[in-house]
Design a protein around this ligand. Structure first.
Ligand SMILES: NC(=O)c1ccc[n+]([C@@H]2O[C@H](COP(=O)([O-])OP(=O)(O)OC[C@H]3O[C@@H](n4cnc5c(N)ncnc54)[C@H](O)[C@@H]3O)[C@@H](O)[C@H]2O)c1
Length: 476
């Protein structure tokens, strides 16, 4: 028998304590030719990205760093050196070290200079992917300074009027301290959106807005599939008509301060970077600035907090969505992680971690508990068998809140069963539907097939039967 359908997959996230995520990252890096002190720096950066809600730049990136380290495309041991220095400036050779190691070195140097002479401006060449730009400005803010950081990245964005990508997503961060822990933390790519957002639209089979990305002819496309395959983002602002040239200008400005000022690779000269790692050195350029506000009008922090409160208290267009200042979404995310007691990693991220732990021989990552995400996995059945399981109403009742009904319907159709197209409101009293649900979840074993995650494109072979795979995710 052969069929393909969307399965009843109650896919979930695994909740991982922040310290456990850090422990796992450190262990993996130490097993990848990286001294403990450097592994800790890199892990602190990645954990902070996840804590702040930028999951694309946290644990998600670990595998890429590990692959680079194993291929010697990046050196875990390398320590940056200063090539040229004045009281306010430094030109640094990152010596192909880890991004966090180079970045921390440069920002700490900039802070020291800002404390001594009011401003420190440090540029590095031969660096690697440095994660969230905000990590370095937060470091400056913690020292009472205004911070700024930028990096160039592999080409992925088109200059306005260009058919092809020439600049990276080139992020900029500016952070300024306010009173009592408040602050302004702008941390943004200079492209309209991240590639991940296009990927999501493609999976949902939905169009993308004009201005996110362009097709192979260089014109904006609304087709998410074409946009994904072309891999050419538009700059912040989108098309020329909507002032995309300003985003293009910002991306190019980052390149001036990073690749050009430091003598690193720039624009199309930067290598491509994928999950498999790279075969050559990245030689990224980065820029780190610290400014001591006490060299200017007294009371900077108080005025900054006042500015924030003016902005936050503006009348709202939608009463459910108060006005925020840069850094607020991340603060809200951190508060949620604290409330929940851990970082919510997607089940496939946990599976990648499990693969990494097996590959590197480190203790697997430990989840506090699993929680529902609720998107369907794609089930491709090659062979199935029907088994007899005693009806277990307690189990089915417990599963109900975790199931995505549309996925259950698709799975039912896949195995030739039927079930109401929406979950009956009185399902707990609807024995017929409960028994059908039981049949779908427990009485059909897929002997052979695959389970595909549309979100990541990962494919998991089935060898234990689908119900077990779907329902045992509390254990991940
Ligand atoms: N190292 C690299 O190669 C690289 C490349 C690109 C991006 N990044 C990182 O990826 C992360 C995500 O970047 P992004 O551009 O997708 O960020 P984003 O679009 O989520 O947020 C950008 C900024 O806007 C602020 N913001 C969001 N909603 C807001 C609102 N309603 N009101 C006011 N401010 C609001 C955020 O606090 C943030 O400072 C960043 O940390 C960035 O540094 C890194």
């Amino acid at each position: 028998m052969s069929s393909s359908a969307t399965a009843a997959a109650a896919t979930k996230q695994g909740l991982v304590a922040v310290e456990e995520a850090r422990r796992f990252m450190v262990d993996c890096l130490v097993r990848s030719k990286t001294p403990l002190a450097h592994a800790k720096q890199q892990a602190d950066l990645l954990v902070e990205a996840d804590y702040r809600g930028h999951f694309s730049h946290g644990m998600n990136r670990l595998e890429m760093y590990i692959n680079d380290l194993h291929k010697n495309a990046c050196s875990g041991e390398a320590v940056p050196t200063v090539l040229n220095e004045t009281p306010a400036t430094a030109w640094v050779d990152g010596n192909n070290g880890l991004g966090a190691v180079v970045g921390n070195f440069c920002m700490d140097l900039a802070i020291r200079k800002a404390k001594e002479v009011g401003v420190g401006w440090v540029c590095a060449k031969r660096s690697n992917h440095y994660g969230i730009a905000g990590w370095y400005t937060l470091r400056a803010m913690n020292a009472g300074c205004i911070g700024m950081s930028m990096t160039n990245t592999s080409p992925l964005a088109s200059p306005t009027r260009s058919k092809e990508a020439a600049l990276g997503t080139n992020p900029i961060s500016v952070g300024a301290p306010g009173k009592e822990g408040d602050g302004f933390v702008l941390d943004m790519a200079t492209t309209a959106v991240a590639v991940g957002k296009i990927e999501m639209q493609r999976r949902k089979n939905e169009p993308i807005p004009v201005g996110w990305a362009q097709g192979p002819d260089g014109h904006p496309t609304t087709d998410a599939g074409v946009a994904f395959d072309t891999a050419c983002l538009m700059p912040l602002g989108g098309t020329e008509l909507t002032s995309g040239y300003k985003g293009y200008g910002l991306g190019a400005m980052v390149e001036v301060f990073c690749g050009i000022l430091s003598g690193a690779n720039y624009a199309t000269k930067i290598r491509k970077w994928t999950h498999a790692g790279a075969d050559s050195e990245a030689d990224l350029g980065q820029c780190f600035v610290a400014i001591n506000p006490s060299c200017f009008a007294p009371g900077f922090e108080g005025r900054l907090s006042d500015l924030n409160s003016i902005l936050r208290n503006m009348p709202m267009t939608d009463p459910e969505h108060p006005v925020l200042v840069a850094g607020d979404p991340e603060r809200l995310h951190m508060a949620k992680v604290d409330r929940d007691g851990g970082l919510p990693y997607h089940v496939n991220q946990i599976k990648t971690c499990t693969e990494l732990s097996e590959r590197l021989g480190v203790k697997p990552i430990e989840c506090i508990r699993g929680v529902k995400v609720g998107y369907p996995l794609k089930l491709n059945i090659v062979e199935k068998k029907e088994v007899n399981a005693d009806f277990n109403s307690e189990f089915i009742t417990r599963m109900l809140p975790r199931l995505e009904w549309s996925a259950i319907c698709a799975a039912a159709a896949n195995i030739g069963s039927d079930i109401p197209s929406t979950m009956p409101t009185d399902i707990l009293n609807d024995m017929e539907t409960l028994q059908k649900l039981h049949h779908i979840l427990l009485e059909v074993d897929v002997v052979e097939g695959t389970l595909e995650c549309p979100e990541t494109g990962r494919i998991f072979p089935i060898n234990k039967g689908v119900p077990n795979m779907l329902l045992n995710e509390d254990e991940v």
